[in-house]
Design a protein around this ligand. Structure first.
Ligand SMILES: Cc1cc2nc3c(=O)[nH]c(=O)nc-3n(C[C@H](O)[C@H](O)[C@H](O)COP(=O)(O)OP(=O)(O)OC[C@H]3O[C@@H](n4cnc5c(N)ncnc54)[C@H](O)[C@@H]3O)c2cc1C
Length: 491
């Protein structure tokens, strides 16, 4: 049995179990083999999934898309870099940037993956790889903190990087009582530490949700600030097939013959911890809310993660813009001023987000440890703005598409004896009915289907609700120079 050298044999991660030994920058096939081998405890519609998860209808399309991302690592340039420790090619999303060029390399890689799915896979592996890299680059904030294990966190990051592990994560407590007085609740639902044994922490309870739960090698579990009391706070990572860990799926939005949902529906799962034992080797922080908060707020988590997010959102916004312009051309409505106005609104948004991303890279700074950190303010602004800009883009698609969004006969209708009539009666300005319906089906799937609605909800909430994100923007922004200007004027 081969185990990672950073962990003792008895509780180390068994690489051989996954069929993966020294496997830098994996291919799609490697990813498939691993997630199928895990046989994680995933529940769909009252039943535990028993066969290969990559063949289950709720997962097949999305897992195939995820596998294609891993293949792209080997098909496109600059998707990997030489690992300083092993000399092997590892994924750029694990790169800790040491210069502006490194950061741009990260952006290029993230956008290459996002271009494959129109930015619709919010939790493609680069998201959590970035989070883990940000933790590993922030260990100084844990200095002197009790019950924290920075060396283990660093080793774990290297282990993940060198084996190209995939991650899901669950950070938030269940949504049962969000009142400020919820701390007084007697019945605790949040996953909590119920025991500390020689083998590790024992965790019981639930976490709000994990997108892609059950289809990744590992899950990172974290009490983000405000989600736990001091004695219930933690940061750990465990394999998705750990005993007692269960993922409960929502209804699948992946339907046949839908251009987007059939391929990119990242499942969302509730995560249950049924007395899960987390080996000490995988506990990075416990019972220390200050350390947990500091890693989140004072480390590099926010700038790095926001940089990954905004890089993807640029692609998603451009994709929406492209769909809007295609609708305009399909039904020839570009002479109308309100149509031009709506497009100008989308263009302003797209260009603003791009500019904010470039600004963040340009005004980034090297810190004392030699890590190049993007400027978090423009990124915060971009993500907070996107929470209302993206839903507005979806509204504009509906306003431009109008009835075209629902006059959508199926492929089979077009292949039937009605095909000729439909091709003529549903024709666009310069295109036949089939081509027009294909475009409008795409627009519908993006903005109106269950999948599309979930995409909008995702962009509104996945990095925190817009209200509290706005608070964070305000708190992080220095108004000093603006106030000084006013003072000078008053003098
Ligand atoms: C599609 C999707 C995928 C996600 N994937 C993941 C994932 O993979 N992993 C993960 O960990 N999380 C994930 N999340 C969770 C995400 O982080 C949360 O949705 C977000 O933090 C908001 O929390 P909540 O959903 O519990 O909303 P709540 O906090 O319950 O908010 C509900 C409403 O109450 C208001 N409210 C609640 N508390 C306050 C307060 N203190 N002050 C002001 N207003 C308040 C909010 O503004 C909002 O209007 C995902 C969310 C979505 C929608």
């Amino acid at each position: 049995m081969l185990t990672f050298s950073g962990f003792p044999n008895n509780i180390g991660y068994e690489l051989s179990k996954m069929g993966c030994e020294d496997m830098p920058a994996i291919t799609g096939d490697e990813y498939l083999r691993r997630v199928n081998a895990l046989k994680s405890d995933v529940w769909y519609d009252g039943q535990k999934i028993t066969g290969k998860i990559s063949e289950h209808p709720a997962f097949a399309g999305m897992i195939k898309s995820q596998a294609a991302l891993y293949d792209l690592q080997h098909q496109k340039k600059n998707m990997t870099f030489k690992c300083e420790k092993t000399g092997e090619d590892v994924g750029v999303s694990y790169l800790i940037p040491r210069s502006k060029e490194d950061l741009q390399k990260r952006r290029d890689m993230i956008q290459e993956w996002a271009s494959f799915n129109g930015g619709l896979m919010g939790r493609s592996p680069d998201y959590m790889n970035t989070v883990l890299a940000s933790f590993a680059a922030s260990l100084e904030v844990l200095k002197g903190e009790k019950k924290t294990f920075p060396k283990k966190l660093k080793s774990f990051y290297e282990y993940a990087r060198e084996n190209d592990l995939s991650f899901t994560h669950t950070f938030i407590s269940p949504q049962s009582n969000r009142s400020k007085l919820s701390v007084l609740d007697e019945e605790v639902t949040n996953a909590r530490i119920i025991d500390k044994r020689d083998e590790g922490l024992v965790i019981r309870g639930a976490k709000l949700l994990a997108t892609q739960g059950g289809i990744t090698d590992e899950i990172i579990v974290y009490s983000t600030p405000g989600t736990a009391e001091d004695d219930q706070s933690y940061l750990f990572s465990i394999p998705s097939d750990t005993n007692g860990l269960k993922f409960v799926c929502r209804r699948s939005f992946a339907h046949c013959n839908t251009p987007l949902s059939s391929r990119f529906d990242e499942m969302d799962t509730v995560v249950l911890f049924d007395d899960v034992i987390v080996p000490w080797e995988r506990v990075f922080i416990y019972e220390n809310i200050r350390a947990v908060a500091s890693l989140y707020q004072d480390g590099k988590f926010i700038p790095f993660t926001l940089h990954q997010i905004v890089s993807r959102q640029v692609i998603k916004a451009e994709f929406a813009l492209g769909v809007a312009q295609s609708i305009i051309e399909m039904i020839n409505i570009d002479e109308y001023e309100h149509v031009q106005g709506k497009m100008a609104e989308m263009i302003r948004g797209v260009e603003s987000i791009k500019a904010l991303l470039f600004k963040a890279e340009g005004t980034g700074k090297l810190d004392q440890s030699g890590v190049y950190i993007p400027d978090p303010i423009p990124l915060y602004v971009a993500v907070n703005e996107f929470q209302s800009f993206y839903p507005r883009c979806m509204e504009i698609l509906q306003q431009l598409g109008a009835s075209g969004m629902v006059t959508l006969p199926s492929e089979r209708d077009f292949s039937s004896e009605l095909g000729e009539d439909l091709t003529f009666y549903l024709k666009g300005y310069e295109k036949g009915g089939k081509e027009k319906v294909e475009l409008f089906r795409l627009a519908w799937d993006l903005s109106m289907s269950e999948f599309g609605s979930r995409q909008t909800l995702y962009e509104r909430f996945f990095f925190g609700d817009p209200v509290r994100l706005a608070h964070a923007v305000y708190r992080a922004y220095s108004t000093d120079s603006a106030v000084r200007r006013v003072k000078r004027f008053l003098k």
